[in-house]
Design a protein around this ligand. Structure first.
Ligand SMILES: Cc1cc2nc3c(=O)[nH]c(=O)nc-3n(C[C@H](O)[C@H](O)[C@H](O)COP(=O)(O)OP(=O)(O)OC[C@H]3O[C@@H](n4cnc5c(N)ncnc54)[C@H](O)[C@@H]3O)c2cc1C
Length: 389
């Protein structure tokens, strides 16, 4: 399909493909088995990311990022999303809200993060605040020129080793004052309570945290008191498009592997692709990918063309919903086409099963995306989703 990609877009795709195929795929099984990679391998991957100019694709060149268009960011996420065990996470994309920091914060955090010298975590979820992220209870109270923070966090990806943790709080326990703090590694009171095991073996954890009487200078606030939610709005659009793009990447890889297998595997005296049941699965897989890819890149082009933030947010929900659900359907069918071999951990489609399952949950579950879309339809009508100019 001709999406009118530019020569630069094609070059981005070639570089992302090279990174995935030559620097991420070769380490998938080792990571799956050992649940970590040797530091030399991690360093070599970081070097490859920098060498191929794929670091901080979502940040401006003046901060050391690649300042890619949204279409190009989707291309990169689609290609690296094909790598299992969340190896796409090695292609760092520092939280976009860091660009709203003070000049000192940009110097101390954003620039090293863009270079890949500072890992970050984003700690919002709490035991009683999951889908209802507005229910955050971690509270910050002013004491002189410091804030004292208390609370609990969970699912805080990378927080066990990140150099910088973005912590969502409410000042004085007041839900109308959501506020983001920048927490340095090793700050007393920032404690990892437990590192639960998860289905996806990515080499980093999603710890539960106890925040106990943690004293933080007021200068560690990102933006301003009460601006926490506003600052994360752009992040939601970016993260949801990234999830959609990765889901498509996973679906493409799984369907290519399933097609090869269907053309090779013989049962009842013929290759299984000749059974209509198998051919129909491949047909549904191709159609799901075509539909997901079309909506993703179409809206990415609209955002690059200046689509307003509110509409971008509303459309990103529909894209995340469709692509993550479609990606799941496709990968599941790939497993079915492989039969028993589709459940062997050495088969990428098995590992993709574990990866793609998550995409329907984080950054807003499918049900939450439906709430966003339903709310928009109720307030603004269907046209945003169904109208064509
Ligand atoms: C591996 C992993 C990594 C993660 N990393 C991070 C991270 O780095 N930082 C971070 O802050 N969080 C992170 N999360 C948390 C993630 O964002 C949440 O898991 C997600 O938002 C859902 O919240 P929950 O798990 O508490 O589910 P719940 O909110 O308890 O939802 C349970 C079920 O109820 C449904 N539900 C809830 N409310 C409604 C409603 N109003 N209407 C209809 N259905 C509803 C949900 O859709 C879901 O099916 C991570 C999660 C995982 C699994």
């Amino acid at each position: 399909m001709d999406m009118g990609l530019t020569a630069e877009d094609h070059d981005v795709r070639e570089r992302a493909r090279e990174l995935a195929e030559n620097h991420l795929f070769p380490h998938e099984e080792e990571l799956d088995i050992n649940e970590c990679l040797p530091e030399e391998t991690e360093a070599a991957i970081r070097q490859a990311v920098r060498g191929l100019q794929l670091n901080a694709i979502n940040h401006k060149k003046e901060y050391g990022g690649q300042e890619m268009t949204i279409v190009q960011q989707c291309i990169v996420n689609e290609e690296v999303g094909k790598a299992t065990n969340a190896l796409w996470g090695r292609v760092w994309q520092p939280p976009v809200c860091l660009q709203f920091g003070s000049p000192e914060q940009i110097e101390k955090y954003l620039i090293p993060a863009c270079r890949g010298e500072l890992r970050t975590s984003f700690c919002t979820s709490e035991p009683t605040a999951g889908s209802d992220a507005g229910g955050v209870k971690t509270s910050a109270s002013l004491d002189g020129n410091h804030y004292v923070i208390n609370g609990e966090k969970c699912f805080a990806s990378n927080a066990e080793f990140a150099g910088l943790n973005l912590l969502t709080t409410v000042v004085d326990g007041d839900p109308s004052k959501p506020t983001l703090f920048l927490i340095d590694k090793g700050t007393p009171g920032f404690n990892v309570r437990r590192l639960p095991r998860f289905a996806q073996r990515s080499g980093h954890g999603h710890p539960e945290l106890d925040i106990e009487d943690m004293r933080v200078p007021a200068t560690q606030i990102l933006g301003d008191v009460g601006k926490g939610y506003e600052l994360t709005k752009d992040w939601f659009v970016e993260a949801r498009l990234a999830i959609a793009a990765r889901s498509i990447g996973m679906a493409v890889r799984a369907s290519e592997l399933a097609l090869d297998w269907a053309q090779e595997r013989e049962q009842f005296g013929q290759t299984i692709i000749h059974f209509q049941a198998v051919e129909f699965m491949l047909a549904e897989m191709a159609t799901d990918i075509m539909a997901g890819k079309s909506m993703l890149y179409r809206v990415a082009q609209e955002i690059d063309g200046g689509l307003d933030r509110k509409t971008a947010h509303a459309k990103a929900s529909a894209i995340k919903l469709f692509c993550s659900e479609a990606g799941f359907r496709v990968v599941d069918k790939a497993v079915q086409i492989f039969g028993g071999r589709g459940t062997m951990c050495e088969n990428p489609v098995e590992r993709l099963t574990r990866d793609v399952r998550l995409e329907r949950i984080w950054e807003g579950t499918s049900e939450i995306q439906k709430m966003v879309i339903g709310g928009q339809v109720r307030k603004r009508g269907l046209d945003m989703y169904t109208g064509w100019d």
